[in-house]
Write a protein that binds this ligand. Sequence first.
Ligand SMILES: *Cc1c(COP(=O)(O)O)cnc(C)c1O
Length: 440
Amino acid sequence: MGSRLALFGGKKTIGSNPGDIFTWPIIGKEDEDAVLEVLRRGVMSGTDVTERFEIEFADWQGAKYALGFCNGTAAIHSAMHACKIGAGDEIICPSVTYWASAIQVFSLGGTVVFADIEPHSLCIDPKDIESRITDRTKAIVAVHYLGHPADMDPIMEIAEKHNLKVIEDVSHSQGGLYKGKKLGTIGDVGAMSLMSGKSFAIGEAGMLVTNDLEIYERSIAFGHYKKFNESVKTEYLKPYAGLPMGGCKYRMHQLSSALGRVQLKYYDERCEEIRKAMNYFWDLLEGVPGIKAHRTSEDSGSNMGGWYAARGIYKSEELEGLSVSRFAEAVRAEGFADCYPGCNIPLHTHLLFKSCDVYGHGKPTRIANSDHDVREFDRRLPVSSKFSSMVYAIPWFKHYRPEIIKEYADAFRKVAESYRDLLEGDGGNPENLGGWSTSR
Ligand SMILES: *Cc1c(COP(=O)(O)O)cnc(C)c1O
């Protein structure tokens, strides 16, 4: 047995100053100059910098069109409208995700049916989609959760068979790959957050990418009054040009797009270093009982993008039932203060999806325009329901510095290997682990 756990007065495993290993985004003079240029020219609310960013972003994505947004919520909202989701329609979305993968559908008159997640990828389980499809289903929202690509091949197959659209929520995985394909370009439309907590981090911003002209123009029509003009080619939209059909003003702030243009130049190489660092961390922990990597095998041509909000998978059964809360408490004592269990609380458990009447229909908004009670589907979400006790935060390294990374890995190893000392005094998990947003 190793040395005494820090929780019981032993020496902390993590002693080094982490320096800037966690600092993100990386901001240099080039970023500052780009932002100052917009400020000094007085074009914060203009569109010229954003248009350049859109062209560069589309090129980087390998998509025909990219459209900038004020945030990811707006981009996903527009993607839903672009996929013609309207009154009475249903989308299928994993219960384990950030709320902005789903709630916007209410304002379109539609509703959400939750599907379960896979225990290894933590993304929507393709085997749990078909039984939830009804004649009202219009789209599947595939979230590449915590950097991990969703299993797109079977999802696309199901979508094709049932004539559904696929919206990829790329907010956790910008630049990531699924079998060699860039995430966001596999489904009909990719929409994502670029807010500063994410791996592509430029303040408050969002992006929508697609190869489909009609989807692109419907997204413009919904919340981009300036761009919605005589240049629109989709016939049935033309008469309405000039005013935003969704009553939304969704364009990107140019301080963000200026920053985005600089960040994009360095993004891939920075993500590569993140993956090198994170894979090293997990390689050091391979085979340690109780903890398992949440990552793809890179041999498949897939990867973890920028490894957003990194989590590990917890196997309490390998540690005689030790709770993840007790485990994380011991890791925090070793010197990694951010080791908290859980992540996003599964959405289906929130009262907004059960009883709330948001729009005054006289019944819960979730079923306001439904011909059957979609809440029935929530009963069968076994993996989502235990998700919060299955994960814990791990350090999200931005640089490959093996000596420092090893200290953190050693902390996790020490706790896992000393788990017996923690069984006594394990108060179990509290009712609610995690939170409604990704960070604590
Ligand atoms: C952050 C996030 C969004 C929303 O993006 P904002 O830029 O915060 O509006 C949507 N989906 C997921 C999965 C997210 O994590």
